[in-house]
Design a protein. Sequence first.
Length: 299
Amino acid sequence: MAPISTPQTPFGRVLTAMVTPFTADGALDLDGAQRLAAHLVDAGNDGLIVNGTTGESPTTSDAEKDQLVRAVLEAVGDRAHVVAGIGTNDTRHSVELARTAERTGAHGLLAVTPYYNKPPQEGLLRHFTAIADSTGLPVMLYDIPGRSGVPIDTETLVRLAEHPRIVANKDAKGDLGRASWAIAESGLAWYSGDDMLNLPLLSVGAVGFVSVVGHMVTPELRALIDAHLSGDVQKATEIHQTLLPVFTGMFRTQGVITTKAALTLRGLPAGPLRLPLVELSAQETAQLKIDLAAGGVQL
């Protein structure tokens, strides 16, 4: 069965930004990636983001990115949206990655704000437009000024939304006021990119999540969004509050680090990290176990 989407939910409602499993010697673990992808979709994800920040995209090669998209498509492409992260701070490189992802069969693209070089808003407009012009795939923008250094202004989002293939935004800006205006003015499908703000963003018009904690609690995220959609605010709030220790624990340090540690504790494919990321210390791992247990996660 092909993954279900609507104009309002072009990539579904619950997506996990998947880690990239590596073997013990640091090589790409394609078998592990397929097993993890199947586990996440079985748990209730409508889609997976592959080669995003949580996938350690800054330290994987273009060839590895393509191999990973192919492997995940083979594993779950008939029942979940496979969205390829193609964002870099070089527009030409991003376009190349976008075209490769389309040829490989990805269902959509995730394009992060160019980082480090801090372009003005006109530069962002031209960058994202060039990506959207380069393929026939739907594009999800990724607005995360804490990493990129530059926010996508509401006016820029409105202009970008005029492009027929720019259909969604992953919001990790952490500003509910600006999100409220941007959702209302742009008409883009809005996805929470900050797990702690999943429920608050739903309340101002978001349609779903691109989650990191989805590696651990996809069923709970599904229940939260179902409760919200059915009008059961109390139940949605209770689920949100139950998950607060998970949200906190998974981001006590860099999210990829804690996610791979949590997956390892659960016996799921993850493997080591690539430098400059490093493994949790014994003390940090003990704290992660406490946080996950407090949020109801069984390891």
